[in-house]
Design a protein around this ligand. Structure first.
Ligand code: ADP
Length: 433
């Protein structure tokens, strides 16, 4: 009941009490007025109690019909609702910020200005071997005890990162770390494990060294012959010798050409997007490959072709043909004369399809098998070079396989022969109707 209505109520009853007093000379009206006012006060007290209870537990629904309190309750209720929404929003923002912090691939530790640990993410936990139950609240310098870190902290010039060697039972590695002051009284530690970067750098260095090494030999031979031919006095070389020199020079030039071609193929495979799902007629590709490879074998090997017709692939024709050719050329290279080479293209009962080349060649010892598709990895470097190998064939084949969702499988027994297969997933296999 509003104040205005209360005043009206009291005024109305006072007028009636006065009228009763005047007309019947009785105080009954005043008794009724006192009772009514008392009742009103009790009602007001009860409603105030309801409102107070609700304020203490605002999660419950607000009390209805509390008279003069209605406006107050409505305003309070609106305010509480707005605050709850703001709190929820803040909670969501902070939860997603924490989740993002946890998911960061770099380590992050939040610290006080005197380097006490307040929070750290999973990467930091792993890289610094921190334990939440033990290390929260600890001083970072008690954990990173290397003198270099103490000097870095003391130096105060944190614009450059510090590389720290971490020696741990699980292995030693280099960590790049940097302190960054933020807010008014906080410091951030950012850490980065350099193992992966160092591995990539080593791979890159090895690759450049390998390419230079592979190029140097044929270039030296070529340069040598060019000089001999240029400096030889008139008539010093017989026609037969000159022919022989030119033959050897052309061989070396071809070797360099093969290397550059393979390097470009590999670089194309590494940089261009994955092979599209374009229909590729495998039977036609294998017919062309058969003509070329049997010409290369020149009757030295026995060939056995089992090609299932009507089984095609979705992919890139030139990549597939290069992968098949690599396996076929290797079979020729590493199978002595009179050996047998079997080529099979078949669909498997589970819908997949397999291309396999089985030879009765020199075979490969088990310890080499996992590394065969590494760039420039050869079991016998001299033999591979002598046979015109670049050491990149299987690396190319493996890349093509990956780009076609296929697996390159190798089975081999030293002295007995090898079987190289490319197994394509059912999604890539298309049957000609
Ligand atoms: P390469 O140009 O040297 O043949 P690849 O990458 O094609 O390079 O093959 C890597 C190595 O794997 C070869 O040097 C050889 O040692 C071994 N290899 C590949 N195919 C065969 C095979 N069919 N039989 C025996 N060894 C093979």
């Amino acid at each position: 009941m509003s104040w205005r209505r209360t005043l009206f109520f009291v005024g109305f009853w006072s007028a009636i009490a006065l009228a009763i007093e005047y007309r019947w000379q009785s105080s009954l009206g005043w008794v009724a007025l006192s009772l009514g006012t008392g009742l009103l006060l009790v009602l007001r007290r009860r409603r105030a109690g309801q409102v107070a209870r609700w304020i203490l537990s605002p999660d419950e629904a607000p009390p209805a019909n509390v008279g003069a309190w209605d406006d107050v309750v409505a305003a309070l209720y609106r305010r509480i609702r707005d605050q709850v929404a703001t709190i929820q929003e803040l909670e969501e923002t902070s939860t997603s910020a924490m989740a993002a912090g946890q998911a960061l691939p770099v380590g992050v530790v939040t610290l006080t200005t005197d380097l006490q640990i307040r929070w750290f993410n999973l990467a930091a936990e792993k890289q610094l071997h921190l334990k939440p139950e033990h290390d929260l609240g600890q001083n970072l310098q008690n954990i990173l005890r290397a003198p270099a870190f103490a000097a870095y902290v003391k130096g105060g010039n944190w614009s450059e990162p510090l590389t720290l060697k971490i020696n741990h039972a699980s292995g030693n590695y280099n960590l790049l770390l940097r302190l960054v002051p933020y807010a008014r009284d906080r410091t951030l530690l950012i850490t980065r494990d350099l193992t992966q970067i160092e591995k990539l750098e080593t791979t890159r260095r090895d690759f450049v060294a390998n390419v230079s090494h592979e190029m140097r030999t044929p270039l030296t031979v070529l340069a040598g012959f060019v000089e001999t031919l240029r400096d030889a006095p008139e008539g010093a070389l017989s026609e037969q010798q000159r022919e022989q020199f030119f033959g050897l020079m052309s061989e070396q030039a071809q070797r360099m050409q093969a290397l550059v071609t393979d390097l470009l193929t590999l670089s194309d495979l590494e940089t261009s997007p994955s092979a599209e799902f374009t229909p590729v007629g495998i039977t036609q590709i294998l017919e062309v490959a058969r003509t070329q490879i049997e010409a290369l074998s020149a009757g030295r090997h026995r060939w056995d072709w089992n090609i299932e017709a009507g089984v095609n692939l979705a992919g890139n024709a030139s990549e597939l043909s290069s992968a098949f050719s690599n396996l076929l050329t290797n079979a020729i290279r590493y199978t002595p004369d009179t050996g047998t080479i079997s080529v099979t293209w078949e669909s498997l009962p589970d819908g997949r399809a397999r291309f396999s080349v089985t030879d009765t060649g020199i075979g490969i010892a088990a310890e080499h098998l996992p590394r065969l598709s590494e760039r420039f990895y050869r079991v016998d470097r001299g033999r591979s070079r002598a046979l015109g190998g670049t050491g990149l064939g299987l690396a190319i084949t493996k890349h093509v396989a990956m780009r076609h969702d296929a697996a390159l499988e190798v089975q081999s027994k030293i002295g007995q022969g090898s079987c190289f297969s490319l197994v394509f997933e059912a999604e890539r296999v298309q049957r000609a109707s």
